[in-house]
Structure formats: structure tokens, C-alpha cells
Design a protein around this ligand. Structure first.
Ligand code: TRP
Ligand code: SF4
Length: 400
């Protein structure tokens, strides 16, 4: 299996802030040029925790898409869609639920953690227990092999791998695999058919690894084969069945802990965020009122940057010379805290300026945004239909 697909989703649970930008979006922007990327609004996921407040969805879905676009996520490079507009996700979730032991879901660490954390909501629901499996369906639907996520989501990718393994073990080989593989070979064109068969023979008869590798390249280069067909041909080379649902890898995002204004992780629930649309005045006001090392009561009291949230911002935004100016000035009381905050205010304002401008532009043209998403949904559905078709076949539902 060697496709190069990336899939990731984000819940529309509030306005995006600098934590999303540094932890997720900058990474998406980079990945979109390196791989085939699918990024989606996980609206059904938001309902697993916010089912009592549906307005959360309507208020945030489009604004979130606008924030993505404003940050440079590019619909020409990545497919952008909304989960609930690709109903195949629900069907795959249902079908995977047939083979997923309840214990696997109860053991996912976020299950108990979140129930503890969000005590004010009743999360003893079927939907909440099943939401990591919904995530597995999201990932497996696109046969993605890379899933950029934060540390807290790694367990969900791990669950996805286990579910895929179990699925493949139960249904691994399509009943009509050979015919389908032969039909796929025929789509390649005369010269390539000959080459594929020759390499396959060399590998199967003599165990020649080089031929196997060459055949893999050959198959992945066939533009007119679907991913399903390519997987059949990979499996066929080695005398195996088709791996219906390949196991994904988590791509853990570094920097995912953008500090908030108070030094804790930046998060809406801690009320310590700078949103991506914050006005320059608000940026300035928020940073000026940030807490600093409490030892610096008077201007002449020396401080320690290591325990100051402003220093965490310098680590992200400042160059070496500014950083040593902070270190020396703080420890010797050579600079005041307001002075120290000035370069951070400048840097954050400069970073947000183009994002705000772009967002305003997209906001004034909702039809454009809707059409970007419509195109993305269509592209996503094409892939989803192919996968769901294979899964139905494998599970005995091919008669429909
Ligand atoms: N559960 C993720 C979160 O809460 C969002 C998500 C849903 C996701 N489906 C996904 C992330 C698939 C990666 C891949 O942040
Ligand atoms: Fe923090 Fe800077 Fe003040 Fe030191 S000088 S306490 S690093 S704001």
C-alpha cells in the first residue's frame, strides 16, 4: 500500500484562534503541497458533545471554512468538504460498528476523560461512545495513510488501525478478487500489461524483491486506475487478496501546544485565546493585560522569563537577538514588562493582518465559499462511493 493520502478533520465548535493556526492550519498548508489532502468540517462530531445546542453548528461551520481559506488552505490543492454532506460516512460508521467490540471504545482514553471534563453535559450517550469509531470511518473512507492530529487524538488513529485490521481479517479477500484483479490489469494498456505480468511472475517464482518494487511503481503510476484497483493489483502481485481498508499512520503535529494568554494551553474553554479575526486594538489590549512573572512587582524587580507566559510567545515569535534582549533585560530588570510585550504585539498583529483581510474578502462572497465546499464534497463523495461499494461487497451486501 503506498498511496499518499492525508485526511484530517476539525470540529466546528467555536471561532478559530492562534492555537489552531500554529497547531493545525500551518501544517495543513504545508501538507497540501506534498500530498493529496482531504480536509473536512467534522460537524457530526460536534453534535456528539453539543447535541443540545445545534446553533453551535450553524454559527461556526462557514466561519471555520472561511478561517481555513484565510490561513492559506487552498481548494486548488486540497479537497475541502463537510462531513454530513457525504452521508457515506454514516453508512461506513454503521457497518464498522458491527465488528467493533464495545470494550475497544470504552477503553479509548478520551471517553472517560471528556466525560469527566465536560461534567455539565450528559455524555452517557451512544453517539459519544461511538465517536472515535465515526472518526475511524472518516479516515478509512479515504484510505488515507497519514492522519495529522494532535497528541490527544493518537489513540483514535490507533483504534482505527485495529478496526481496519479486524475488518481485513474478517473480509480481507473479495470473493471475486481474481476476476476483478484481471479486469484491472486489462485497463493498463498492452505494454504495461505485459510488464506487470512479467514482474509478477519474477516475484512469485523467484521471490525477486526488485521486481516487486518495480511492479509497485508501475501500478502507482497508472493514472486511470482507481485506488481500489491499484490495491487489488498490489495484493495480486503477492498472491494476497486486496487489503480493503489500509491501516493509517498518525502524523503527530509538533507545536500543538500554543500557549494561551495565561500560560495554559490556548483554548476557548480557558478564555485565554487570541482569535484569528482579532482586531489590532484587541490584540494589543489582550497582550498588555497578560500576566507576567509575579516577582516583578516594581519596574526595578528582576524576573524570570521561564515562568512568564510572555516568554512563551517570544519563543514562537521572536528572533535570537530579541530573545536574548528579553532574557537579559528581564533578569536584570533592564526592561519593563510592557516594553517586553511590544515586539510580541507587533509580531502577532503582523501575522493576523493578512488573515483578517482574506477572511473579510471571503466573508463578503459567501457564494464563492459555498461553491468551494460543493466541489470538495463532490470529490470526496466520488472516493467515498468507491470505498463503501467495496465494503458492501465484502460484507455480503453486494446484491443491492
Ligand atoms: N475528533 C477530531 C477532533 O476532535 C476531529 C476529527 C474527526 C478528525 N474525524 C477526524 C481528525 C478524522 C482526524 C481524522 O479534533
Ligand atoms: Fe515576562 Fe518579559 Fe516581564 Fe520578564 S520582562 S516578566 S519575560 S513580560
Amino acid at each position: 500500500m503506498q498511496n499518499n493520502r492525508v485526511l484530517s478533520g476539525m470540529r466546528p465548535s467555536g471561532r478559530l484562534h492562534l492555537g489552531h493556526y500554529h497547531g493545525v492550519l500551518k501544517n495543513w498548508v504545508k501538507l497540501q503541497h506534498e500530498y493529496e489532502c482531504f480536509f473536512f468540517v467534522a460537524d457530526w462530531h460536534a453534535l456528539t458533545t453539543h447535541y443540545e445546542t445545534p446553533t453551535v453548528l450553524s454559527e461556526n461551520v462557514w466561519q471555520m471554512v472561511i478561517d481555513w481559506l484565510a490561513c492559506g488552505v487552498n481548494p486548488g490543492a486540497a479537497k475541502l468538504f463537510i462531513q454530513s454532506r457525504v452521508p457515506e460516512h454514516a453508512e461506513l460508521h454503521l457497518l464498522l460498528s458491527m465488528v467493533t467490540p464495545i470494550g475497544w471504545l470504552e477503553r479509548v482514553p478520551t471517553y472517560k476523560d471528556q466525560q469527566e471534563k465536560l461534567k455539565s453535559r450528559d455524555l452517557a450517550t451512544y453517539g459519544f461512545l461511538g465517536y472515535p469509531l465515526l472518526q475511524s470511518a472518516d479516515i478509512l473512507m479515504y484510505r488515507a495513510n497519514m492522519v495529522p492530529v494532535g497528541e490527544d487524538q493518537v489513540a483514535h488513529v490507533e483504534l482505527t488501525r485495529e478496526v481496519a485490521r479486524r475488518f481485513n481479517y474478517l473480509y480481507g479477500r473479495e470473493p471475486d478478487f481474481e476476476q476483478r484483479a484481471e479486469a484491472a490489469i486489462k485497463k493498463m494498456g498492452k505494454k504495461n500489461i505485459k510488464l506487470y505480468n512479467k514482474l509478477k511472475r519474477e516475484f512469485q517464482e523467484k521471490g525477486d524483491q526488485e521486481s516487486l518494487a518495480k511492479a509497485h511503481v508501475l501500478v502507482s503510476e497508472q493514472q486511470n486506475l482507481t485506488i481500489s484497483d491499484q490495491e487489488r493489483l498490489f495484493g495480486y502481485l503477492e498472491g494476497l487478496g486486496k487489503e480493503i481498508l489500509p491501516e493509517p499512520q498518525a502524523l503527530v503535529t509538533e507545536h500543538s501546544k500554543m500557549p494561551g494568554l495565561d500560560g495554559q494551553k490556548m483554548s476557548k474553554s480557558y478564555d485565554n485565546i487570541i482569535s484569528l479575526r482579532e482586531s489590532p486594538d484587541d490584540v494589543s489590549r489582550k497582550i498588555k493585560t497578560m500576566p507576567t512573572d509575579p516577582a516583578r512587582i516594581r519596574r526595578t524587580d528582576p524576573g524570570n522569563p521561564e515562568i512568564c507566559p510572555v516568554w512563551s510567545f517570544h519563543k514562537i515569535y521572536s528572533d535570537e537577538s530579541t530573545k536574548s534582549w528579553v532574557q537579559e533585560g528581564c533578569r536584570s530588570a533592564g526592561i519593563g514588562c510592557l516594553e517586553c510585550k511590544e515586539p510580541v504585539i507587533q509580531a502577532v498583529t503582523a501575522e493576523l493582518e493578512p488573515i483578517r483581510t482574506q477572511a473579510l474578502e471571503f466573508e463578503s462572497d459567501p457564494n464563492h465559499v459555498r461553491s468551494i465546499i460543493a466541489d470538495g464534497c463532490e470529490a470526496a463523495r466520488d472516493v467515498a462511493k468507491e470505498t463503501i461499494d467495496d465494503v458492501r461487497q465484502a460484507m455480503g451486501l453486494g446484491y443491492r
